[in-house]
Design a protein around this ligand. Structure first.
Ligand code: ZN
Length: 310
């Protein structure tokens, strides 16, 4: 498999790269699909993204106006989830962590109905993919008000991971400590979005306070040698989404992307899609883009690919 991936990269053969197993560990499920899949289902033409965003609000407005409007209600939600599984399958993703926001289950009236629906979409669309459901909280959530609910949700043994997403500056990450302690007692893997917009210190603080196993993005850590070393020493994986970081104006391009600095500092990194339905850059395409931009060698990219499968 290693040789096949390396040879495919050297030939710049995207179709062969797509066939090689890879992980996608940072994927917001309702925005994880493929725009052409939605176009076909809705019978519409969606304009292709030809701009960078200033921030998450800017991105959300574009998404609502151009994509979300075509897939509303339960049918629109399900087609987007189906699209995420289909996209993963088409890109050779064999390990898929899909992040499902707290509250998405409301469409189904109860969590058991929601679990049934998501599980059957998985079974019908891509049963061969190892699917790991993740429960995501908005950074602005009132933690005390959702703590009891989460007790019930964690005990259902569906969610295997948790995440915090949204505005990194909405409130102190420490407010989530009781929630993360509870999740840890259920053996749930602990992740959170930090260091995408926040600074290097915010990455270390979140890992220490919440006892994170992995960080979503964490790219600002590249600005501090001490924190790079600390992440490496503590074996903390950063699930990085390079196309997302470029389109959200966190860095200019592949050449300036902090992933190289983090990798050189010994930090375990993975390459992921984040919001494929908006950014429209697959994992296979990002591997190829890094190779073409001469940022990583084929062997290094193969090591990063394998990080996503462990
Ligand atoms: Zn994300």
């Amino acid at each position: 498999m290693d040789t096949a991936f390396i040879d495919a990269l050297k030939r710049c053969d995207i179709e062969s790269i797509k066939k090689i197993p890879k992980g996608d560990l940072h994927n917001h499920a309702p925005r994880g699909g493929n725009v052409r899949f939605i176009e076909k289902w809705a019978g519409v033409q969606i304009p292709r993204l030809n701009q960078k965003f200033l921030d998450l609000g800017d991105m959300q407005r574009w998404y609502e106006k151009n994509i979300r409007c075509h897939c509303q209600g339960i049918d629109g939600y399900e087609v987007r989830i189906k699209g995420a599984f289909q996209q993963a399958k088409d890109d050779g993703v064999t390990k898929l962590i899909l992040s499902l926001g707290l509250g998405e289950e409301a469409l189904y009236g109860s969590l058991p109905n929601f679990i049934k629906a998501i599980s059957s979409i998985h079974k019908e669309t891509a049963p061969e993919i190892e699917f790991i459901p993740e429960l995501a909280f908005d950074r602005g959530s009132n933690v005390n008000s959702i703590l009891n609910l989460c007790h019930e949700y964690f005990s259902m043994n569906f969610y295997k991971s948790i995440d915090i997403c949204g505005n990194e500056f909405a409130q102190s990450i420490a407010n989530f400590k009781p929630l993360y302690r509870l999740a840890k007692s259920y053996g749930i893997r602990l992740r959170a979005h930090v260091g995408e917009f926040g600074d290097a210190d915010s990455v270390r603080e979140a890992v220490e306070v919440l006892e994170l196993d992995e960080v979503q993005h964490g790219i600002s850590a590249a600005n501090c040698k001490g924190i790079i070393r600390w992440l490496s020493d503590n074996n903390i994986t950063l699930n990085i989404c390079p196309a997302s970081n470029i389109i959200l104006s966190r860095t200019d391009d592949y050449k300036t992307h902090p992933i190289r600095t983090l990798f050189d500092g010994g930090v375990k990194v993975t390459i992921n899609t984040d919001d494929m339905l908006i950014f429209d850059v697959s994992i296979s395409q990002m591997f190829l883009d890094f190779y073409k931009a001469n940022i990583f060698t084929v062997d290094e990219l193969n090591d990063i690919r394998k990080n996503g499968l462990t």
